[in-house]
Design a protein around this ligand. Structure first.
Ligand SMILES: [Zn+2]
Length: 161
């Protein structure tokens, strides 16, 4: 189902609204919102949502690779190794994001390159255990950034926050 987006239409020195992205890449705005849910970063949390051109280009390239090499829940695509890799558990962090999402980041266990992706908070425990983490997930691996975590299975871990 590969539509060929043209990343060269994206200028790296400006930011875009969802509608602008949908126009230059000729995709539905809903597709762009799906990309945001899948990990395309936003400039900030303000409205209208703005996407940095650099991030968009990276995302399009990453998406192409990810379509070729699907990652397991606990894996992230490493750009140096050029395949899905597990991050080493010591480097693993989960950063709270809106809508029940968390940004997972860490260093590739093979080459040490930094990688990240978005996951659901629902899956954080399982990812943590699969990577050899011991429960409860250590505080140093969680960054909350002032977000209220709704329906979070780990809520008891940050009761004292
Ligand atoms: Zn690597």
């Amino acid at each position: 189902m590969g539509k060929n987006y043209n990343p060269s239409r994206v200028k790296i020195n400006r930011s875009y609204t969802v509608i602008e992205v949908s126009e230059i890449l000729e995709v539905h705005p809903k597709t762009v919102r799906n990309w945001i849910h899948a990990g395309l970063p936003l400039v900030d949390e303000k409205r209208p949502l703005l996407i940095d051109g650099v991030d968009l280009r990276i995302h399009l390239k990453r998406k192409r690779k990810a379509d070729m090499y699907p990652c397991k829940a606990h894996e992230m695509y490493c750009f140096k190794c050029r395949e899905p890799k597990s991050p080493c558990v010591e480097s693993l962090q989960f950063i709270a994001k809106p809508a029940g999402m968390a940004q997972m980041s860490g260093h590739c266990c093979e080459c040490g390159c930094h990688a990240n992706k978005y996951v659901s908070w629902r899956d954080v425990n399982q990812i943590w255990v699969e990577l050899g983490g011991k429960l409860p997930i250590a505080e140093k691996h969680l960054i909350l950034m002032g977000q209220a975590l709704l329906n979070c299975p780990l809520a008891e871990v940050f009761d004292h926050e």
